[in-house]
Design a protein around this ligand. Sequence first.
Ligand SMILES: NC(=O)c1ccc[n+]([C@@H]2O[C@H](COP(=O)([O-])OP(=O)(O)OC[C@H]3O[C@@H](n4cnc5c(N)ncnc54)[C@H](O)[C@@H]3O)[C@@H](O)[C@H]2O)c1
Length: 406
Amino acid sequence: MANKKIVVIGTGYVGLPLAIMLARAGHQVIGVDIEENVVNAINEGVLPFAEEDVRKVFQETDVRKNLRGQRVPCEADVFIISVPTPLEDKKRIADLSYVVEGLKSIIPFLRRGNLVIIESTVPPLTCRQVVAPIIEQSGLKVGQDIFLCHCPERILPGDTFKEIVYNDRLIGGVDPRSADMAREVYSSFVEGKLYITDDISAELAKLMENTYRDVNIALANEFAAVADGLGVDIMHAIGLANKHPRVNILQPGIGTGGHCIPKDPWLIKQVDPVNSRLIYTARLINDEIPFKIAAKIRHALREIPSPRIVALGVTYKPDTYDMRNSPALKIIDLLVQDGYQVQPYDPLARNYRWGPIKELARDADCLVALVEHRVIKEELARDEAAIKKAMRHPRILRFYQYPGGA
Ligand SMILES: NC(=O)c1ccc[n+]([C@@H]2O[C@H](COP(=O)([O-])OP(=O)(O)OC[C@H]3O[C@@H](n4cnc5c(N)ncnc54)[C@H](O)[C@@H]3O)[C@@H](O)[C@H]2O)c1
């Protein structure tokens, strides 16, 4: 394809890797962010998160040449919006104010023939009911002068490079021409399949993906509570049930976290509360789990006065550095609020990297393994004897280990 000039609005976890991949494909890319330090980091070639593969690509000569950061947009062929869409705290609906501001910032630079792509996760109908009317304030008509698509992102932070290149993607155009133009952009760096659809189907499908995971995790968590009451080992029971050829029960855990799973199901409920009862209940079940885990820890330590706890793992799931909405942090917070002394440790998370465990364990009454990264499992297995020897009470609490797991 002919190389384009592409403005990416919002260069965080999603926008920056995207801008880097587009620059690597030969496009002239301008990463726009309202945060000055983010813009400076782009121009200095500094990646603000721990993704070695992305960092290497960022250092490639072509990428450094084709990508620059700016505080304000400029004219371009394509504008991609990848700004946050958080939940409004009380109403549990999407806060679209960043999307609205991002769109307003490009209006002065829109020209006939431009393509606007929304990568941010949005409730169904956002492209038609929110985005298109704002774009049309420019005097240009969507579907005639300006083209519009929703192309949701599916990356998993921690494995961004592989996922941004090899995942299949949805290209949801408000009309076939818009979809065709967006397909051209993504095919310049995506090796996965590109599925062409309309904008509303793409908006809904993106939310269904994370909702599917949330509901199935809630089911596993509910099974775990039932098994607990019966004195059954849930991991053993799941292993047995999964021997059925058409059953694949997910793993229970200490709660769901990350940027997407605790948020996206609410965006479906927002547009159709009547038909979202299961989705809503699953959200409540998963949000409750950190409280239950904190209660289990308190129960296990009930006979120790002023116990000292070392909490292993603070990220939202194993083998990532991402701490957003981490249930482990929630559990630690609940215990601290109750007056427990808790020393968190996580070799993957910024600001929690002290260790090793055998030193942190000195005089501790309990090690609570909240998030078992591969490196934590290895450290526990390697130093178990020394860790237990250092502890005042050699108690290690682990949650939901598969039989045979370290
Ligand atoms: N992080 C993920 O794993 C992930 C995965 C799939 C989808 N998403 C979706 O992608 C979107 C972006 O998420 P993220 O994780 O990259 O967020 P982020 O917070 O990491 O980055 C967003 C960036 O946008 C900037 N910004 C905000 N308003 C702006 C404006 N008006 N103009 C320019 N820049 C602006 C912020 O300063 C920030 O740097 C969200 O809708 C999210 O739900 C995220």
